[in-house]
Design a protein around this ligand. Structure first.
Ligand code: SF4
Length: 424
């Protein structure tokens, strides 16, 4: 059996797609092209109208190109099940939690069918059965995500993800530890803890409630048990994918500060807008001033900190003055990278109902200006680090990503997945 997993969207989707690949490999399937696949899994995204358009196009293409079953899962599938079902009889819409069981069932059925008609696997489909404990985890990726949390209890007025994903829930710490141990033992040098609302990680343990910083402490202890590399690099370092500013506890910041790079001194704190008026209308839980205070405190505790963010431009009712406040706050925060999203109207959200939508041309212009500022801020952050030595992860031959999340050339002869010492 051949399979293709098509991943769209965020880091959490990427981790989930990895686990679908693991389930398929464990069932004896091998990866193949869309055309050759007996089973295609499309992990969909609904974060913006553009992402959803791409998702639908991808599913249509999978139906056209492949001859087998097409499983559609993920946020867009939850929100628009009928749309995908209508794309063909071979399409099934499956909840995330059921994908692994479903792919195992289809794999078993196909294997049975193959046996019934004789040795039709002689084309090599089962010839190289991959090791299920490794496949899909980090094939072609040096940095590996581990999902520790899902869902969100917030209700930002522009967002459909909390609807698609449901309430916040956390992966048991023992499961996270087992996942990380497996990756570390396989030689992974950077693990990214991911979640839809990562900072809300909570687990009850015998010693009381366990938060994100407690989880990190347990993972660091696991890394400590590994042999120390001769070059002095961290055995395995951790990175946090994204954390809401209100969830950045003092304990977590202090832990990052103490670890000397074993937890990357890089935080992604979604800002979304620099105007307190717009933030309130977005139903975000902080004002612009509070956000800046979080940034100042974090920078004071961790002077080498690199900060990245997400900003939406052209939210309904956003005036030029509001936008200028966003630009000012971005400068004050000295972000090293900004993901700029022109506001995307998502059906069923309060913001989509508003009459004061911003003209598309205005949104595009604001996105252009903010991206230009982002490029300047990124260059300034990099210039400030000039001469600093950092461990960088080789992501592809010749290219590496530093702890502070700047791309650099990898030293000649370095291997993908290796941590190398570079001078910025
Ligand atoms: S924090 Fe807000 S934007 Fe993020 S998933 Fe939750 S509701 Fe959506």
């Amino acid at each position: 059996m051949r399979y293709a997993v098509v991943n769209l969207g965020c880091k959490v989707n990427r981790v989930e797609s990895d686990s679908f690949e693991r389930a398929l490999s464990a069932a004896g399937a091998v990866p193949g092209s869309l055309e050759a696949a007996d089973l295609v899994v499309v992990n969909t995204c609904a974060v913006t109208a553009e992402a959803e358009k791409k998702t639908r196009k991808t599913v249509r293409r999978a139906v056209r190109a492949s001859k087998g079953a097409v499983l559609v899962t993920g946020c867009s599938a939850v929100l628009h099940e009928d749309v995908y079902r209508a794309m063909g009889q071979r399409v099934s819409v499956v909840a995330k939690g059921q994908v692994e069981a479903e792919v195992s069932r289809i794999a078993r059925e196909l294997a049975e069918a193959s046996r019934d008609v004789g040795d039709v696997v002689s084309d090599g489909a089962f010839a190289e059965k991959p090791d299920p404990s490794r496949a899909g985890d980090f094939a072609q990726r040096a940095r590996v995500g581990v999902k520790v949390q899902d869902g969100c209890d917030n209700a930002c007025s522009y967002c459909v993800i909390h609807v698609a994903r449901g309430p916040a829930c956390s992966v048991p710490a023992d499961t996270v530890e087992a996942d990380c141990r497996r990756l570390m033992e396989a030689g992974v040098r950077e693990i990214v803890l991911t979640g839809i609302n990562l900072g809300t990680y909570r687990q009850q343990s015998e010693s009381g409630a366990l938060g994100l910083h407690d989880l990190l402490e347990r993972l660091l202890a696991l890394a400590d048990a590994l042999p120390v590399p001769e070059d002095g690099a961290p055995t395995c370092r951790f990175r946090l994918s994204s954390i809401e500013p209100g969830d950045l506890s003092d304990a977590l910041v202090a832990l990052v500060a103490r670890q000397d790079g074993r937890i990357c001194r890089h935080l992604h704190l979604p800002l979304q807008a620099g105007s307190s008026k717009v933030l309130a209308e977005m139903n975000r839980s902080y004002t612009a001033e509070e956000y800046l205070q979080v940034v100042r405190s974090a920078r004071e505790a961790v002077p080498q900190l690199s900060l990245t963010t997400d900003i939406i431009v052209g939210f309904p009712g956003e005036t030029e003055t509001d936008f200028q406040q966003t630009m000012d706050l971005a400068r004050a925060c000295r972000f090293s990278r900004i993901h700029v999203f022109p506001y995307s109207r998502r059906e069923g959200t309060p913001a989509a109902e508003r009459a004061d939508q911003v003209d598309e041309a205005v949104k595009a212009d604001r996105a252009r200006r903010l991206r230009a500022l982002a490029a300047k801020l990124s260059a300034a952050d990099r210039a400030e680090r000039a001469g600093a030595r950092e461990w960088a992860l080789v992501e592809v031959p010749g290219e590496a990503m530093t702890e502070s999340y700047h791309g650099v050339s990898a030293p000649e002869g370095s291997q993908v997945g290796q941590l190398v010492r570079v001078t910025l």
